[in-house]
Ligand binder design. Structure first.
Ligand code: ASP
Length: 338
């Protein structure tokens, strides 16, 4: 749907990819948000369901995918990033909103944050409840996402996730609850909030992103394979070996607390690093730093400490780092910088 541009309104492209925001209940009158199919409502229908949207921006809607966000693969992620970057490069687009399933929104948002070379606002949003649920959250989230994308103050802040009236940085945000409307949180706090229909900012990022990032989607053909292995009691080496056999170029280990590794895995980690498959130590708690050479001798092992990146984001950052260098010290520098 391309609406007639209104000269005074910001021109916002809405890229729909599916998810619960495009979901519908499976039974008439079904009040349970658990009983629905995601990714069935079209981009045009999504926009039409939000009163007041057309007063905020001149909108162009595009249906890039119609999938549950669990079905995002690296190929789809690259396609999304290329699409968003191409939109941002257009003179007739002032900002981009991506509607996306909430399950992997933090991964797509973080990837765009690191590879799209634009200061134009890029905002991801979604919903915890399908549009057919009582008190569906999708319409308000979409309205707020467009309001943020259309606001001049949103430029240059990196990719944003707008959910439940909060504005989060893609660097930090994570889905932390499977059901509640306040399902998204950032360990260092949200950047701001949507107040009376406009963004209100309380924090700014200090780490590089978008225009200042060394990664650029126009120069990336494919992502090197990086696996994630969850730490738990009584671990086995076979799962690491399987990733190596699959061709992984690095393995993110979601260790305990501050990235702690069981003693019995030390020889395996040293072996993997010596074989050129560095272990990236992150933490399954998903918040707080994993510090180089704390609780573990990264220098002796040849491993990398992921700082405060959660395991899914550590996977993406390791893959991006590997597009530039296989050198472990340089990869550590990437984790320190971003
Ligand atoms: N499974 C859905 C998805 O991520 C959940 C959601 O959108 O909230 O696509």
């Amino acid at each position: 749907m391309n609406r007639t541009p209104t000269a005074s309104l910001p021109r916002i492209a809405v890229v729909a990819t599916g998810g619960t925001i495009a979901g519908a209940g499976t039974a008439p009158g079904d009040a349970a948000s658990a009983a629905y199919r995601s990714a069935v409502v079209s981009a045009d229908e999504l926009l039409a369901a939000v009163p007041g949207l057309q007063r905020l921006a001149a909108l162009r809607a595009e249906q890039l995918f119609q999938i549950d966000s669990a079905d995002f693969t690296d190929d789809k992620l690259l396609a999304l990033a290329r699409h968003v970057a191409a939109l941002c490069a257009r003179d007739d687009v002032d900002g981009v909103v991506v509607t996306h399933g909430t399950d992997t929104m933090e991964e797509s948002a973080y990837f765009l944050h690191l590879v799209v070379k634009s200061a134009k606002p890029i905002v991801l949003t979604g919903a915890m409840r399908p549009g057919t649920a009582p008190a569906a959250d999708g319409p308000a989230n979409l309205l707020h996402a467009v309001a943020v994308a259309a606001h001049a103050s949103s430029a240059g802040r990196g990719v944003l996730v707008v959910m439940n009236e909060e504005i989060h940085s893609a660097r930090d945000v994570a889905k932390v609850h499977s059901q509640r409307l306040d399902a998204f949180a950032s360990p260092h706090g949200a950047l701001g909030a949507v107040v009376q229909g406009a963004p209100r900012w309380y924090r700014a990022l200090t780490r590089p992103h978008t225009t200042a990032s060394e990664f650029d989607i126009t120069a990336i053909d494919a992502l090197p394979l990086v696996g994630v292995v969850m730490g738990h009691g009584h671990m086995r080496r076979e799962v690491f070996d399987a990733w190596v056999a699959a061709g992984a170029r690095a393995i993110a280990h979601a260790g305990f607390g501050g990235g702690t590794v069981p003693d019995y895995l030390n020889p395996l980690f040293a072996e993997l690093c010596a074989r050129g498959v560095p272990v990236v130590r992150c933490a399954r708690v998903g918040a707080g730093p994993v510090i180089r050479n704390a609780n573990f001798d990264d220098d002796a092992c040849g491993s990398i400490a992921a700082d405060d990146q959660n395991p899914p984001r550590a996977r993406l950052l390791a893959a991006l780092a590997l597009t530039r260098t296989p050198d472990v010290r340089e990869m550590q520098g990437v984790f320190d910088r971003y």
